[in-house]
Design a protein around this ligand. Sequence first.
Ligand code: OGA
Ligand code: NI
Length: 353
Amino acid sequence: MDCLIDWPEPVVRVQSLSESGSATVPPRYIKPPADRPCFDSGAAREVNIPIVDLSAGESEAAAAVSAACRDWGFFQVVNHGVSRELMNGGREVWREFFHLPMAEKQIYANLPATYEGYGSRLGVEKNAIFDWGDYYFLHFRPLYLKSHDKWPLLPASLRETVEEYGKELRRLSERVMGLMSLGLGLESRRMREEFGGEEAAGVCMRVNYYPKCPQPNLTLGLSSHSDPGGITVLLPDSRVPGLQVMHGGAWVTVQPHADAFIVNVGDQVQVLSNAVYRSVEHRVVTNSEAERLSMAFFYNPRSDLPLKPMPELVSPTRPAMYQPMSFNEYRIYIRKRGPQGKSQLESLKSFTV
Ligand code: OGA
Ligand code: NI
């Protein structure tokens, strides 16, 4: 655990690099050629992740969610009941936060043991190649992990807005989990129960801030990864695209629908569903024209419960594909290494079907 006490190297804020006005990115941010984004594939623009209308009837919505979780691991939800004012208000307080003077933000500088606060890297591997982004990570639940002291005091309306946002997104996440359960032919509450029940579920958020980048061809805002937890409900930037999803062996740039949230399956739901639902690799590309801000809300299982494929989805022809592992164990394993595509979930596999 020693390596989780502090970062192995001094932390550099990507925002400071961006604002220095340099025409090149430092070598530490340059990805190997195979990982660099490709901006000229016109074909990819023809497809987009599915859109699910939550105001459709329950069975219709569940069928759409189920198909999306099997084919894409990603979908957008519209008519989700979260007000446009709260969505924009959330974006606004965080934009203001990232535009505060650096000294004001450094008060909340984070450490690798918990990641809470203002951060600029994921993983503690020395000499890793960095991503072109800063972030703010905080907990809503369990309540013993939630501490307003670790939330920014400025701008003045931030804590209240984030509190309200957390409540609404928790409700939305529970509803989406219900549809995912129905889509597996199970009762609506089934998957939430596997998570330890609504009161025990872990809820946290990472606000991603991707400053303008002078050389978008060489960098990534966030390296390819799958989300380790249950589900993620992402509020994308309303103006600037950047999220790409792996589909059919190619990167597809998500075109955010106005007022939609982007939902994706995390590794724990892939495990519970015995890989019927897929936690899919995604990444973020940068651009030189505009900064980008996104809010990733994570709904996770209670962290000390060993999770394994649900018995209803295990049969002689489809044996359990994963060994039981708690989210805590899984998360520590991941935090040491940083984003690694899907290799970490693959390593949990007990059989190959
Ligand atoms: C994440 C993530 C995508 C984005 O935070 O896990 O994938 O668009 N974010 O910022
Ligand atoms: Ni992600």
